[in-house]
Design a protein around this ligand. Structure first.
Ligand SMILES: [Zn+2]
Length: 281
């Protein structure tokens, strides 16, 4: 449910984004008429082929990653996707575009999307829930192996959700989608203003040079990151990604400075911390 709400808290499409989305829809024949106004939300089933996901031989020219351009790509049951399919996501996640080769032709398409994924803690889904989990050590190891590696290294935020109890349904919501969208939009505006000279519009698209310039840490923040690196909680790649997330958390609080607490919050959201044992596996 959270994943499906994400598109609703993102800012509306800019004119440039709308033109890009419309162009893609015109390739696939999905054009509804006029300029696209809705941010794409794609949720392919885990049985999808690599070609279906990224385009190319056996699939269409335009895969799900291109259809999700400027929007959200949601992978439910992440551990059920095949390893080669997940590996194929690395190029678009890294470059924001995908090269498709089919027969004697090749083409490059834009594929910049927000990746959102969900997975059970174990194959049966009950791990951590008393005695109910029936998975063997082998099942658990296989499950963790499928989730580990280079793809997870590119995931910025991991959140654990408890099995929903009946009481949750009556709890007072912490925020509404509308309020969340206002905060996200304000944070995005701060980012695009700051990054104007760098030629990108949001924190997620900063390269290392921009990160070091715009997400400068104070001595306390530096020490916190250093400790996480030394204890193996953070990888070298993760170090830069944590800076980006800390920058965004500061933006959500309208803070021009990246504060120590923003770094702490970003570290707590890392996959290494969130998916216990996945790195060791
Ligand atoms: Zn289980």
């Amino acid at each position: 449910m959270l994943a499906q709400r994400i598109a609703s808290i993102l800012p509306s499409l800019s004119r440039q984004e709308a033109i890009e989305v419309t162009r893609i829809q015109s390739i696939t024949g999905d054009l509804a008429g006029g300029l696209a106004s809705v941010r794409p939300f794609r949720a392919p089933h885990h049985s999808i082929t690599t070609a279906g996901l990224v385009g190319g031989a056996g699939g269409r020219w335009v895969g799900e990653v291109v259809l999700a351009h400027n929007g959200v790509l949601f992978l439910d049951e992440l551990s059920e996707f095949t390893r080669p399919t997940l590996e194929a996501l690395r190029q678009p996640l890294e470059d924001g575009r995908v090269a498709v080769v089919r027969a004697n032709h090749s083409a490059v398409y834009p594929a910049r999307f927000m990746l959102v994924a969900a997975t059970n803690p174990c194959p049966c889904g009950y791990a951590g829930d008393g005695e109910r989990c029936r998975c063997t050590e082998g099942d658990m190891a296989r499950h963790r192996r499928r989730l580990s590696g280079p793809l997870l290294d590119r995931v910025d935020v991991v959140a654990h959700l408890e099995r929903d109890g009946a009481h949750d349904l009556h709890a007072t919501p912490l925020t509404s989608s509308e309020r969340a969208r206002e905060r996200v939009t304000a944070a995005r505006e701060r980012q695009s203003a700051r990054l104007k000279e760098d030629g990108v519009a949001m924190n997620a698209h900063m390269d290392v040079r921009m990160l070091l310039k715009h997400a400068r840490l104070d001595a306390k923040g530096e020490a916190m990151v250093r400790r996480a690196l030394e204890t193996g909680l953070l990888s070298a790649r993760g170090q830069h990604r944590v800076l980006g997330v800390a920058r965004t958390i500061a933006d959500l609080h309208a803070s021009e400075r990246v504060r120590t607490r923003d770094v702490g919050a970003a570290l707590a959201l890392r996959a290494e911390v969130g998916l216990e044992g996945s790195r060791a596996a």
